[in-house]
Design a protein around this ligand. Structure first.
Ligand code: NDP
Length: 480
């Protein structure tokens, strides 16, 4: 079986313990590669290498540094097919999704930040008759990037690219559940001759390799995307060490649909915003609120469309619904369907595991599921499920829907469907979210701030926000 290796100090190396664990293909339930079970020793070796590489990398001309990062982007693009297949195999997502979204976006992430850094500028503040302040922004040093399994290379590169572009050396850990494209990225880094120690990719579990990143005293900043509980743990642990933290956490996003929307456009997009990547995108809308006059019309049309969506093997080019990422996650999602029934919900479509023909008969497939009849404040409507499960609820007024939408601990994104511009502004202004889409979903401009409020996170990624996070400002005053 193929053994993935760590990428430390420019070399592909085994974990110091010599231990590996299995990497499971979610579409068959079978192991297909082995992942290094790295620990604090491996992280320490990587940090030493990164410390050594930092003076040269941070002191390099912007043009030269930018060129390396463009080459990372081009290196992925050259091996596009291989990356696409690997992402689909590792995660269970349809190969078409990996080809249209995940890998193109990873390519863009590197390209975007390689060029953004050339335009990044710091401020000056003139005090008339007194003097002038100017601010410099220097890289922090060695930084940690920890990412989840749902959009593996997409989110991994979203952190690594700005960290490297702004002159830091990186210790990065992908999710143990989806490490393969991060491994391929380390091959690309070798191919392009990225200086040793600048980027170090260490594989392993969150509790071991991840925790060692959080606790290492020489790692000065951590950019983390993952669950809210893990984020809270990282805050508790790294906060007292005065590390800079960027936390992108869970969500329970509302999708607010008014009767005056463009119904067909809303319907098509709502199917996507509910079930893309089997509902495992932090921006998926999982609570759908529909204004009462169109509730029955929406319910009939939506359920009809969703019940026609079939789970197929992720490698099938016609697949639009693949497998969820792991057995444990499948069981968690299905337990929420049981909870919804206990809480009085009615399953309108879906709700069950799907058994496909061999070789996918042990894969982790769940029918896209729509539930109605639940109160907005029950557990099913308050806790993050992160799978192909949505609830639908009617509402009668803006006040009521805002109260329900804002009732969870989360505040990542919101989608609003209406043709009333004033209302769109009112809802966007008052909803608890870091990102609002009006009459659309998941339209992304990499320059915009990305992140959530409340338990959905602290700080913002994207554009200047990311470059500011990965640099330390210093203000210098000169008397006139
Ligand atoms: P987890 O929090 O379980 O894991 C995220 C990453 O953290 C993984 O690499 C994991 O490693 C690692 N990790 C786990 N425990 C620790 C620890 N104690 N110290 C350091 N690192 C640790 O999240 P999931 O991977 O399950 O991802 C799903 C979650 O991510 C959902 O809640 C989703 O909403 C959120 N998410 C948020 C986004 C946003 O932008 N706000 C975007 C995408 C997802 P390992 O996997 O090896 O255990």
């Amino acid at each position: 079986m193929k053994k993935i290796t760590n990428y430390i100090n420019g070399s592909m190396i085994e974990p110091s313990s010599g231990n590996y664990f299995e990497n499971i293909d979610p579409s068959t339930g079978k192991a297909y590669s082995l992942i290094p079970d790295s620990d604090a020793d491996d992280i320490d070796i990587a940090v030493q290498a990164a410390q050594k590489a930092f003076p040269e990398w941070s002191g390099m001309s912007l043009e030269k540094r930018s060129k390396y990062i463009v080459q990372l982007s081009e290196g992925i693009e050259k091996r596009m097919d291989e990356f696409v297949k690997a992402e689909s195999l590792d995660n269970g997502k349809p190969v078409s999704l990996a080809a249209q979204v995940d890998i193109p976006r990873a390519i863009s992430n590197f390209h975007f930040f390689a060029t953004a850094i050339l335009h990044f500028a710091s401020e000056s503040h003139s005090m008339e008759g007194v003097g002038i302040n100017y601010t410099t922004r220097k890289p922090i040093g060695v930084v940690g990037c920890i990412s989840p399994w749902n959009l593996p290379l997409y989110l991994f590169s979203w952190k690594i690219a700005p960290a490297l572009a702004s002159g830091n050396c990186v210790i990065a850990k992908p999710s143990e559940v989806t490490p393969y494209t991060a491994y391929l990225l380390s091959e690309v880094a070798q191919e392009i001759g990225l200086p040793p120690g600048v980027l170090n990719i260490v594989h392993g579990t969150g509790g071991s390799a991840g925790d060692a990143i959080v606790k290492h005293p020489l790692i000065k900043a951590i950019s983390f995307t993952g669950g809210t509980e893990t984020g809270a743990y990282i805050s508790r642990t790294a906060g007292p060490m005065f590390k800079k933290l960027s936390l992108e956490l869970g969500g329970k996003n509302p999708n607010i649909i008014f009767a005056d929307c463009d119904f067909e456009e809303m319907l098509t997009t709502t199917v996507r915003s509910s079930f893309a990547n089997q509902g495992q995108i932090c921006l998926c809308g999982s609570r759908i609120f529909i204004e009462r006059p169109i509730y029955e019309k929406f319910k009939t049309a939506f359920v009809e469309k969703v019940s026609r969506m079939k789970n197929l093997a992720p490698s099938d080019p016609n697949s639009k619904q693949g497998a969820v990422v792991s057995k444990g996650h499948m069981e968690k999602v299905l337990s929420y369907v049981d909870l919804a029934k206990e809480e009085g919900g009615t399953i309108l479509t879906g709700g069950k595991r799907v058994i496909l023909p061999e070789p996918n008969n042990e894969g982790f497939f769940i029918e896209p599921t729509v539930i109605e009849g639940l109160k907005y404040d029950c557990r099913t409507n308050q806790e993050e499920i992160f799978g192909p499960v949505v609830t639908i609820m009617p509402f009668d007024s803006e006040e009521e829907v805002l109260m329900m939408a804002n009732s969870t601990q989360y505040g990542l994104s919101t989608t609003v469907w209406t043709s009333n511009l004033k209302r769109a502004h009112r809802i966007a202004d008052q909803v608890h979210a870091g990102i609002v889409w009006v009459n659309s979903w998941l339209v992304r401009d990499l320059r915009t701030p990305f992140g959530g409020v409340k338990a959905s996170g602290v700080g913002r990624e994207g554009g200047w926000e990311a470059l500011k996070f990965f640099t330390e400002p210093k203000n210098i005053f000169i008397k006139q």
